[in-house]
Ligand binder design. Structure first.
Ligand code: FEO
Length: 171
């Protein structure tokens, strides 16, 4: 059993992680339409990671005897004004997710829910990486994508990203 407020927040987080997957899938589609298959790949891998995050939160509720409540997932943007805009929106989004996870942690801390705090530790570290990666993408874009040759090379680098399952496993 978990505290009802913690259960509610984690259920909401499942929706946010699924929205994240949807958002990044939309960005992958945008880049695919523009012929930037490396950027498409990067965001498709990101989509897969977000589905993993949703699954981890889902499994945590189930393992603690709580029901999972699935709610409607909002449609993400389909159009962007330029190649840089999704990168900026991705960073903004990751900062928002970090804030959401911190709020769950704060709620768990208030009621001495050490189990949830320990579970969230993985996500707190993960969010540090997520923000760093999103920030790196903007920096690389600004440094190297100023002309078509640089954009081509950066796209090739983005193509090299490979999906890896999360280091946290919940049976
Ligand atoms: Fe699930 Fe990108 O945070």
């Amino acid at each position: 059993m978990l505290n009802p407020e913690i259960t509610k927040l984690i259920n909401e987080q499942i929706n946010k992680e699924l929205y994240s997957a949807y958002l990044y899938l939309g960005m992958a589609n945008y880049y695919a339409d523009q012929g930037l298959n490396g950027f498409e790949n990067w965001f498709f891998v990101q989509t897969q990671e977000e589905l993993d995050h949703a699954q981890l939160f889902r499994k945590y509720l189930l393992n603690n005897g709580e029901s999972v409540v699935l709610t409607e997932i909002a449609a993400p943007d389909a159009e962007y004004k330029d190649f840089r805009e999704p990168l900026v929106k991705a960073l903004e989004h990751e900062r928002f997710v970090t804030d959401c996870i911190n709020k769950i942690y704060q709620a768990a801390y208030k009621i001495n829910d050490f189990r949830t705090m320990q579970f969230l530790n993985w996500f707190i570290e993960e969010q540090g990486e997520e923000e760093m990666n999103a920030d790196d993408n903007i920096k690389k874009f600004d440094l190297f994508a100023g002309d078509s040759k640089g954009l081509y090379m950066l796209d090739n680098e983005m193509k090299a990203r490979v999906y890896a399952p999360p280091s946290l496993v919940l049976d």
